[in-house]
Design a protein around this ligand. Structure first.
Ligand SMILES: *[C@@H]1O[C@H](CO)[C@@H](O)[C@H](O)[C@H]1NC(C)=O
Ligand SMILES: *[C@@H]1O[C@H](CO)[C@@H](O)[C@H](O)[C@H]1NC(C)=O
Ligand SMILES: *[C@@H]1O[C@H](CO)[C@@H](O)[C@H](O)[C@H]1NC(C)=O
Ligand SMILES: *[C@@H]1O[C@H](CO)[C@@H](O)[C@H](O)[C@H]1NC(C)=O
Ligand SMILES: *[C@@H]1O[C@H](CO)[C@@H](O)[C@H](O)[C@H]1NC(C)=O
Ligand SMILES: *[C@@H]1O[C@H](CO)[C@@H](O)[C@H](O)[C@H]1NC(C)=O
Ligand SMILES: *[C@@H]1O[C@H](CO)[C@@H](O)[C@H](O)[C@H]1NC(C)=O
Length: 635
């Protein structure tokens, strides 16, 4: 190569850029390595940003949350794109309604917020499977987040759909996306596969161009920074209030000797798992450290600024010493609450930001109004077996041995596994999952009589009785796929054989259950027949559906649903899956219901699937405030 020629043409390109800048006011966003900062349109730029996940907020409220972030004085937001939320079914892409990413970007732009975009493909985020679609697991031994050719092919197909939609939204192209993260905390993953990261870098550059700032984010250890960073991707770091930020930023410096300091995830709060104590992070610590970081000129993104809700089945899970599923609320103890209300923490943060940046004039938009609609009585609809023609219209798949959710292509929710007792069990006989292969909870009945449950990592044996030929029903619940660590290949269902006494159970009928489809089509409220006229066996143990209506309330304000005395299950309102409840385990006690899901003028349809045991009075309570911090009874 003739280096003089290269130099000359490089200079020439610089000339052209400067020229066109001057002429047309070209927008630029870049890293100023010389002065350790970002440059936006040629001027020094420092961001104070907040994370918000559009997939955890109903579309109706996007603008409200963004406006409150703007009014706090943030100049940017940071968002994840959950792949599985947009490509739930392989090859079918959803970008409308609650999935309308471009509308969200547009609202942010209208609100004057820049965007730091994190399109994964893996995002962690305490989101089901870290945002990866569960259909990837159809190849049983796929090595996710690596250069496994099947994984790379799926990633390439997805990014070829997503990134071209992003390109016009780049700041340099007239939009508001200033920078784009590649992968997510990749250094925390065991694979440490640079070829995978190189492949991503190539794709991102191909679809987004050479000029956009691409970066990585990793945890505050050398190992993570070594495996997560790659030349050409600006290395940033993440840490919370328990970390010495001087030490953390000097670690970033070791990997990125020049350029701006960036904490991509400064933790304002933390997540909750079922059965754990409610997590909280002290406001004073958050505001002190935010101020300290901003005063050194560092760029800070607060994770989360607005957490939102894991509606439906979208929560993730951790698997360290054992499987622990993330609760439905993603309030996160963040400055904006789950329901989008400004908190004391938000006001404290705004006071800190005021010292460094102009904060918009005018009042903070108030909390959205809440309403306590009171109690609603529910009636029993029926159990899963009596409703199979509604919930599993295509009938069972027959298989000698159990199949996983992925094998039958039902990725979320519940599947019924049915077989017969191979012999008479005169005394209580152990039903065992020898390889801990129940993912994640199995509700067991013999001839319609509930026997109890098996639970991953916790209960691997229960005892059952019955006659040869009795029907054994096992309803298996997917509690959300692991989103972090080495165990993200988290297949669901019965992953291996069950053993009853000395028999391996075989000859299964496996019923995929489309509960959400049935409810979205009006069931059970349309044409409900009283198949359970209270009498007969009104035992309420085991999985049973209940329904009720909240009569035309005259208002459609936000509310919180409390299921006091209920054990564990799933709730829908007007066809929308609100998520899981589990007051018996806590800490979360109420489910957030955004007002726009309610009708002010028509009766609102409530459906509950209680999995274990309903209270004697089958009623639920609509309250005007959240309870996320239970210290009550054990499960
Ligand atoms: C973003 O908003 C600005 C005005 O604030 C507008 O000029 C610009 O066209 C918008 N960009 C897009 C892509 O809509
Ligand atoms: C953080 O570490 C630095 C250097 O090791 C030390 O000087 C400083 O006192 C520490 N800061 C805090 C708040 O502990
Ligand atoms: C389900 O309900 C039917 C009656 O509709 C009853 O015969 C059966 O025992 C029940 N099964 C379970 C698992 O509760
Ligand atoms: C009613 O349910 C109870 C408890 O589940 C069970 O023990 C009993 O056998 C059932 N009775 C009938 C008539 O099905
Ligand atoms: C409740 O369900 C009924 C029957 O499916 C339906 O006609 C009605 O529109 C539903 N109500 C609301 C508020 O969606
Ligand atoms: C069945 O329901 C009746 C009336 O609702 C109640 O009095 C009775 O205790 C219930 N029986 C069982 C076994 O739950
Ligand atoms: C949660 O409960 C604990 C123990 O009662 C208490 O110390 C803590 O302040 C509570 N947090 C909230 C947000 O209520």
């Amino acid at each position: 190569m003739n280096s003089r020629l290269v130099l000359t043409s490089a200079l020439c390109i610089v000339c052209l850029i400067i020229h066109s800048n001057a002429v047309s006011g070209t927008r630029t966003f870049s890293i100023d390595y010389k002065n350790n900062r970002f440059l936006k349109d040629g001027a020094p730029f420092q961001f104070v940003s907040g994370s918000i996940h559009y997939s955890r907020i109903p579309r109706f409220y996007w603008k409200d949350r963004l406006l409150k972030m703007h009014m706090t004085g943030l100049n940017a937001i940071q968002i994840y794109v959950p792949w599985n939320y947009h490509e739930t079914v392989q090859g079918v892409y959803k970008f409308s309604g609650d999935q309308d990413l471009e509308h969200f970007l547009d609202l942010a732009n209208q609100t004057g917020l820049l965007v730091i975009l994190r399109p994964g493909p893996y995002i962690c985020a305490e989101w089901e499977m870290g945002g990866l679609p569960a259909w990837l697991l159809q190849k049983p031994n796929i090595i996710l987040r690596s250069s496994d050719p099947d994984y790379l092919q799926a990633v390439s197909n997805w990014l070829a759909v997503l990134l071209p939609k992003i390109r016009p939204w780049l700041y340099i192209n007239g939009g508001n996306v200033i920078s784009v993260q590649v992968e997510n905390e990749y250094g925390s993953y065991f694979a440490c596969d640079y070829n995978y990261m190189r492949h991503l870098r190539t794709l991102f550059r191909f679809f987004l161009g050479e000029d956009v700032v691409l970066f990585t984010t990793d945890g505050n250890t050398d190992r993570e920074m070594i495996c997560g960073t790659l030349e050409g991707l600006y290395a940033t770091i993440d840490f919370g209030t328990d970390t010495n930020f001087t030490t953390a930023f000097s670690r970033q410096r070791r990997f990125e000797p020049r350029g701006p300091l960036v904490n991509s995830e400064f933790y304002t709060g933390w997540l909750d798992h079922w059965g754990d104590k409610h997590a909280q992070v002290d406001t004073q610590k958050v505001s002190k450290m935010l101020g300290d970081m901003l005063s050194t000129g560092a760029n800070v993104n607060m994770y989360m600024f607005e957490g939102g809700t894991n509606f439906g089945y979208w929560n993730g899970a951790d698997h360290d010493s054992r499987f622990r599923s993330v609760v439905t609320s993603y309030d996160y103890d963040a400055p904006l609450s789950e329901a989008g209300d400004p908190t004391e923490k938000l006001l404290a943060i705004r006071d800190v930001i005021k010292r460094f940046f102009p904060v918009p004039e005018g009042p903070m938009p108030p909390a959205t109004p809440k309403f306590a609609y009171g109690f609603v009585n529910l009636q029993k609809v029926g159990n899963i077996s009596s409703l199979l023609d509604k919930l599993s219209p295509q009938g069972p798949i027959k298989s000698q041995y159990p199949l996983t959710f992925e094998e039958i292509k039902q990725y979320y929710g519940f599947v019924l596994y049915r077989t017969k007792l191979p012999r008479t069990l005169a005394e209580a006989t152990p039903l065992i999952t020898p390889l801990n292969g129940v993912h994640d909870r199995a509700y067991v009945s013999v001839n319609g009589v509930y026997q109890g449950l098996l639970e991953r990592d916790i209960t691997l044996v229960i005892k059952v009785m019955g006659q040869a030929g009795d029907q054994l029903d096992i309803l298996v619940e997917n509690m959300g796929r692991v989103n972090f660590g080495t165990k993200i290949n988290d297949h669901k269902g019965l992953l291996g054989n069950l053993i009853l006494g000395k028999d391996v159970l075989t000859d299964w009928q496996i019923y995929p259950l489309d509960i959400d489809g049935a409810i979205a089509n009006g069931w059970p409220h349309s044409g409900f027949k009283h198949t359970f006229p209270s009498a007969k066996n009104n035992s309420s143990a085991g999985p049973v559906f209940y329904m009720g209506t909240l009569d035309s309330p005259g208002l459609a304000w936000d509310t919180f649903l409390k299921l006091r005395g209920w054990t564990k299950g799933q709730v829908w309102i007007n066809g929308v899956n609100l998520g899981r409840y589990w007051p018996a385990r806590g800490p979360q006690q109420t489910l957030y219901i955004p007002g726009p899901l309610l009708s002010a003028s028509r009766p609102n349809n409530i459906t509950v699937l209680e999995l274990e045991k309903a209270p004697s009075e089958t009623r639920v309570l609509f309250m005007d405030r959240a309870q996320l911090n239970s210290t009550n009874k054990k499960s």
